[in-house]
Design a protein around this ligand. Structure first.
Ligand code: GDP
Ligand code: MG
Length: 162
């Protein structure tokens, strides 16, 4: 069986953009409006000759109350079905309550987690990525899902735990 990687994080951090980068196609729906991904959506991927399944998550109503709880619930289901988790944070924003809610789920789940510090489009933003060490999830991997910067190193880190 092919291992499963769940991509989780609050809306608008760039999960779907990163999934597109990983699968090398433009299938995951990217929108400026947060929360557009309607369900968990699975895609076939390969990296360095290894096949895996990548699951994009979303599907919450961004206007609903209790957003952090909804995101956490979504993440909990995705994580339970996965062999490893790619947790995506927007390094230019830093951590929010919604991010912290997901971190709690990740701590409870006994699954390997790789931390992607997304939207590091240039070297100037890299320092913000390293601030995410404070999440206690290990090394933050600076990446720009849009430009591809850092995505090779991130995928190497993912495959090392998958
Ligand atoms: P999701 O809600 O987490 O799936 O986020 P999306 O992939 O839909 O992206 C949300 C917004 O962030 C879109 O406007 C993307 O173009 C933008 N975005 C995603 N990745 C990056 C990145 O690496 N750099 C920048 N500057 N913007 C990004
Ligand atoms: Mg999405």
């Amino acid at each position: 069986p092919v291992p499963v990687l769940a991509v989780v994080g609050r809306p608008n951090v760039g999960k779907s953009t990163l999934v597109n980068r990983i699968i090398g196609r433009r299938e995951a729906v990217v929108e400026d409006r947060p929360g557009v991904t309607r369900d968990r959506v699975s895609y076939d991927a390969t990296w360095n000759g290894r096949a895996f399944t990548v699951v994009d998550t979303g599907g919450w109503d961004p206007d609903a109350r209790g957003l952090a709880e909804r995101i956490a619930a979504q993440a909990e289901v995705a994580v339970s079905l996965a062999d490893a988790v790619l947790f995506v944070v927007d390094a230019t924003v830093g951590t929010t309550d919604a991010d912290e809610a997901v971190v709690k789920i990740l701590r409870k789940a006994d699954k390997p987690v790789v931390l992607a510090a997304n939207k590091v489009d240039d070297q100037r933003t890299e320092a913000e990525a390293y601030a995410l060490w404070n999440l206690g999830l290990g090394e933050p991997w600076p990446v720009s899902a849009i430009h591809g910067r850092g995505s090779g190193d991130l995928l190497d880190a993912v495959l090392a735990v998958l």
